[in-house]
Ligand binder design. Structure first.
Ligand SMILES: Cc1cc2nc3c(=O)[nH]c(=O)nc-3n(C[C@H](O)[C@H](O)[C@H](O)COP(=O)(O)OP(=O)(O)OC[C@H]3O[C@@H](n4cnc5c(N)ncnc54)[C@H](O)[C@@H]3O)c2cc1C
Length: 497
């Protein structure tokens, strides 16, 4: 066979896994259905002078992965403030420097300003613990696991213990709490609690009053390294380019514009892939960075899997609810620098989420906005993949209009600066970016789909019932977000064979 391993999907996790395998001397081929590599880590042009980081606004691969793979990455820009837009021209600006943030928080509450440095220090420790958890191989619970499988988990629990009695308790308790309750334990100002709650619901189909948004707060804090995004100079896509270059230097190959139609299975073993073009490429090892439900039910197919496993795979919860609106302005948009969040109150955020429960687009959405020169990128929540009384052909313009009107209401004059727009709906996330049901994380980050339950209870070790087939994208342990953790974990699982 020409290849030792085929990786399906050139998102950052697929490329990280490919690099780790190529580093051991294996001959690796990455296959990507789009014309460019990078998955959600792409900078694209939408027309003359109109380019943007299409999806995720910033990215931080884990430093140990950057080191292991010897990646030559562009520096992230300096930390900018997080600006919560409250309505009636009021704002809460949270600077990355805790002392400066204290000064602005004090305008809302002296008590909260005093607690702020302790809160930031706690979040840093909690995020570091979560990072360690994402690196730790999980036991195959509820199946019987030999003692040696439990050892890494014991090491992780020791790390948790070392946080100290108080932080250990806070950390474990926070995971199951709602952002509303969690922030209530810390602060008295509704404004500050709202700013934190907005980060907690970013990218997930949950409201600030949903259980588990304490966990997503920690996850998102880890994913972006605090509150505000730090955009990558020359675009997020440069990270994907660095991963591809590193892979090629190791003898690996990346083929774009080739869609895998199916994984070839022979007597319960993966033996290669079949492309949409009809070409078949054999390999003894297949790693899929596409989402687990798509990989298992579409690329492998129910006929090749045990019935109970098929039932479990069908139950993976995918619930896309994010749209993106990129705006080319005349440069006079008047928006302040930093990451802006339209989040006037916790109730506002919860009502925005309520719409998604009923298959409707939020009339008053939660927005997160980043700017790059004259380009304004708006993250829009909630825009559910499955609309109740409409479809995405008709609803595209609704998202665009509500995004622009809402931002203009908070930053008057913005609308007048708009020249051109590019809307990416949950349907586009599926059809263009390959995300089933528009789910950004390849499976919601909810309490029953994390750690040893990601992607499914008993299958957190990246293997599948098909011998030689492994899962390495965001939908498995270590994902989501842009860290490379699930790609590295999967490659390590393969290397342990
Ligand atoms: C707007 C936005 C905001 C986000 N915010 C957050 C956040 O706040 N916190 C967070 O944790 N995460 C967030 N995410 C999610 C995060 O970006 C993803 O978890 C991560 O980028 C996924 O990376 P990946 O490499 O696992 O998969 P992807 O980048 O999705 O790559 C998978 C690749 O597989 C390819 N592929 C699929 N099927 C096939 C096939 N059959 N043949 C060939 N190729 C195939 C796809 O084209 C794609 O390139 C956000 C995402 C978006 C879009």
């Amino acid at each position: 066979m020409a290849y030792d391993a085929i990786i399906i999907g050139a998102g950052h996790n697929g490329l990280v896994a490919a690099n780790y395998l190529a580093k051991t001397g294996r001959k690796v081929l990455v296959l990507e259905r789009r014309g460019i590599a990078g998955g959600q880590l792409v900078t694209e042009s939408f027309g003359d002078g109109f380019s943007a980081d299409s999806l995720h606004a910033s990215a931080h691969l884990r430093p140990d992965i950057v080191r292991d793979l010897g990646l030559n990455l562009p520096a992230a820009s300096a930390r900018s403030p997080y600006v919560c837009l409250l309505g009636d021209g009021k704002r809460l600006t949270i600077d990355a420097d805790p002392a400066r943030a204290q000064a602005t928080i004090r305008e809302f509450s002296a008590h909260d300003a005093e607690r702020w440095p302790e809160f930031v220090a706690f979040m840093e420790r909690a995020a570091a613990f979560l990072d360690a958890a994402y690196r730790t191989p999980m036991p195959r619970l509820p199946h019987f696991a030999p003692v040696r499988e439990g050892l890494p988990l014991a090491g992780l629990l020791w790390k948790l213990r070392r946080l100290g009695g108080r932080d250990m308790f806070r950390c474990v308790r926070a995971m199951s709490m709602s952002a509303e309750e969690f922030t209530d334990n810390w602060f008295e100002s509704d404004t500050l609690r709202t700013a934190i709650s907005a980060l907690a619901i970013h990218g997930v189909t949950l409201g600030p009053m949903s259980a588990g948004t304490g966990f997503t707060l920690m996850h998102n804090w880890l994913n972006r390294g605090g509150f505000a995004h730090r955009p990558v100079a020359n675009g997020i896509g440069t990270i994907a380019v660095a991963l591809v270059d590193a892979l090629k230097a190791r003898g690996g190959e990346v083929r774009t514009s080739v869609e895998v139609q199916s994984i070839i299975v022979d007597r319960e073993r993966a033996t290669g892939v079949r492309l949409v073009s009809g070409e078949e490429i054999p390999a003894p090892l297949i790693l899929s960075a596409a989402d687990p439900r798509h990989t298992l039910l579409k690329l492998v197919g129910a006929a090749e899997l045990p019935p109970e496993f098929v039932w479990q795979a069908q139950s993976i919860k995918l619930r896309g609810c994010v749209a993106k609106v990129h705006v080319q302005t005349n440069g006079q948009h008047g928006l302040p620098a930093g990451t802006l969040a339209v989040a006037p109150s916790i109730r506002y955020l919860e009502r925005a989420y309520d719409a998604a429960k009923y298959g409707e687009i939020s009339k008053e959405p939660y927005l997160e906005v980043t700017t790059n020169g004259n380009i304004v990128s708006i993250h829009f929540q909630f825009a559910p993949y499955a609309l109740r009384n409409s479809d995405w052909n008709a609803a595209n313009s609704i998202v665009e209009q509500r995004a622009i009107d809402t931002l203009d209401a908070h930053c008057p004059g913005f609308k007048a600066s708009v020249k051109r727009t590019q809307v990416i709906t949950p349907r586009d996330l599926e059809s263009t970016y390959g995300l089933s049901e528009g789910d950004l994380s390849h499976g919601q980050l909810i309490l029953d789909q994390i750690f040893f339950m990601r992607p499914l209870p008993g299958w957190s070790k990246h293997a599948t019932p098909v011998a030689g087939l492994f899962l390495c994208g965001s939908g498995v342990h270590g994902g989501g977000g842009i860290s490379g953790a699930s790609g590295r974990n999967a490659a390590k699982a393969v290397m342990r064979l």
